[in-house]
Design a protein around this ligand. Structure first.
Ligand SMILES: Cc1cc2nc3c(=O)[nH]c(=O)nc-3n(C[C@H](O)[C@H](O)[C@H](O)COP(=O)(O)OP(=O)(O)OC[C@H]3O[C@@H](n4cnc5c(N)ncnc54)[C@H](O)[C@@H]3O)c2cc1C
Length: 494
């Protein structure tokens, strides 16, 4: 079974990551990435721990080895729930702060396999490539990220209408061996710590955009794959005590530039068919399964944030105040909503061929609501905390100076904890809701699944409008202009 050490070794592959003016080199040792990379590696140690193997893994039907359960294709509600329990357990290890943990893209690919007939109808050769690749990725228990969004430039124009036709990654050439990809994609979360990247497009493409209609995978060290990392919050967090989350769970985001990268046909699942871009996600269970994983992770994260909210109230001695209890009650209801929706998606799931899929509309409804809920919840936590998030010593070294430590003792007080624990807690709370790391998380939860006009579009598309329409028809049919008095309602036959 894959271990954390195996994963770390697999990342020392000569990949090209740029940060702060130079090439990062070994990401497992670089101060911008090493702790977060270690957190990713520890996911594999967690799953291979004998206590967790049964929950976290299943036996690959081809290799006979145990691999992560998210590579399994659920055939019943029970199997879907087993997958969820594994995802929930993994998310608990990072408190929901690693959005693109390996179970995300594994879920996407598993969903594509559950709808392999869509690829077969498109091109049996490409369907075969996807099946072979899935087997390979599953049996090696690969960590994949994906880039499925075209870089922002002029959003009023399509990919092919930008000033540079290769701003967005597209095919520049193809031959008997494969195709050549040139251009950029956003935004490879976890790219620096993943083994491979799935490159595709989930945004609408029109006539003339065929070169951008690709669906393929590449190892992160493929020649010409260049990752441009954003600022590292981990590098800016040298002490775990001061930034307990940013210092360990900064999964990173990066633009990827494909500098004339050669992609062999064995790794190409779609090329040149704009319609297939949407069908691969929406006519198969891929989009539902990948985003269901997101809501399972968010459910765990919200539980953690509820822990912070409750502790703020205890530490500041406000837990008994009726308006504070109101606030906590509201927060608890909001967190429970996500929990309930995840269970609802499972309860209301349906068969897709031989497989079992979470209910798409409940999923999209949750996406729409949580995009709004997350910033609201963060704001409520800030409101509960007041200046406590800021009334903090500069950093942990203040405790090493006896004069400052004594003053911290005098000024950091709480009815329920000592001064050091108060500082420790509020530093964590700030990292979860206020720091630059936390702010990136708000942006993440608002956008990872698409802007709101996109998720609301999915909700519109998948809601069963006919039930309401039928009720409305029945109501309108129950009276007309000739109706002058209100007859007693007859329920019989209604
Ligand atoms: C932290 C973070 C991590 C991410 N990780 C990944 C990842 O791992 N892989 C990946 O592929 N992507 C990732 N993304 C990208 C994410 O999928 C996109 O941010 C999302 O799809 C929205 O696209 P956009 O950012 O280009 O915003 P836009 O599409 O440019 O939208 C921004 C705003 O512009 C307005 N707008 C733009 N177009 C329209 C329109 N047609 N109609 C109405 N209003 C419009 C809306 O107000 C919208 O909210 C990540 C994003 C973030 C913030």
């Amino acid at each position: 079974m894959k271990s954390g050490r195996d994963h770390l070794a697999s990342l020392r592959d000569g990949r090209t990551v740029f940060i702060s003016g130079s090439k990062a080199g070994d990401v497992t040792a670089h101060p911008a990435f090493r702790n977060s990379v270690q957190s990713a590696a520890s996911l594999y140690d967690f799953q291979s721990d004998p206590a967790n193997v049964e929950c976290m893994t299943f036996t690959s039907p081809t290799s006979g080895d145990r691999v992560n359960r998210t590579w399994s294709l659920p055939r019943s509600r029970e199997e879907l729930v087993d997958r969820r329990i594994a995802m929930e357990a993994w998310a608990t290890t990072h408190y929901g702060f690693m959005g693109r943990s390996p179970d995300h893209v594994a879920s996407c690919l598993a969903g594509m396999m559950m709808g392999i007939e869509v690829f077969e109808a498109y091109d049996p050769k490409r369907a075969g490539a996807l099946q072979d690749y899935f087997r390979y990725a599953r049996d090696a228990d690969l960590f994949l990220t994906y880039v499925i969004i075209n870089p922002q430039a002029d959003r009023s124009r399509g990919a092919g209408e930008q000033a540079d036709p290769y701003l967005t990654a597209g095919i520049v050439d193809e031959d008997s061996e494969g195709l050549t990809l040139r251009g950029a994609k956003m935004l490879a979360t976890s790219g620096i710590m993943a083994n491979e990247v799935f490159v595709s497009c989930i945004q609408p493409l029109g006539k003339g955009d065929e070169k951008y209609a690709v669906s393929l995978t590449l190892p992160m060290n493929a020649k010409g794959v260049k990752l441009l990392s954003r600022k590292s919050y981990e590098a800016a967090s040298p002490s775990v005590f001061d930034n307990p989350l940013a210092s360990r769970f900064d999964e990173n985001d990066a633009v990827i530039y494909f500098d004339d990268v050669k992609v062999p046909w064995e790794r190409v699942f779609v090329a040149g068919d704009t319609g297939m871009m949407m069908r691969q996600f929406h006519a198969t269970p891929a989009h539902a399964l990948q985003n269901y994983q997101c809501q399972v992770r968010l459910m765990v994260k919200l539980r953690f944030l509820m822990g912070i909210a409750h502790r703020i109230a205890e530490i500041n001695g406000i837990i008994g105040l009726p308006p504070v209890r109101d606030t906590l009650g509201q927060l608890a209801a909001e967190a429970a909503l996500v929990d309930g929706m995840v269970h609802g998606m499972e309860a209301k799931g349906h068969a897709h061929g031989d497989f079992f899929v979470p209910d798409p509309h409940l999923l999209y409804a949750t996406q729409v609501l949580t995009q709004q809920l997350y910033p609201k919840i963060i704001n409520t936590l800030r409101d509960l905390a007041g200046g406590g998030l800021i009334m903090l010593p500069s950093d942990s070294s203040d405790f090493a100076n006896p004069e400052i430590a004594a003053l911290i003792g005098k000024t950091q007080q709480s009815p329920v904890v000592g001064s050091q624990d108060r500082v420790k807690f509020f530093k964590l709370a700030w990292d979860a809701i206020g720091s630059e790391f936390a702010s990136r998380h708000t942006q993440y939860e608002m956008f990872y699944a698409g802007a709101t006009f996109v998720t609301k579009g999915h909700s519109f598309r998948t809601y069963d409008w006919s039930k309401g329409g039928d009720l409305l028809k029945k109501m309108l049919g129950s009276y007309d202009l000739k109706q002058v008095s209100t007859p007693a309602l007859s329920l019989a036959g209604s």
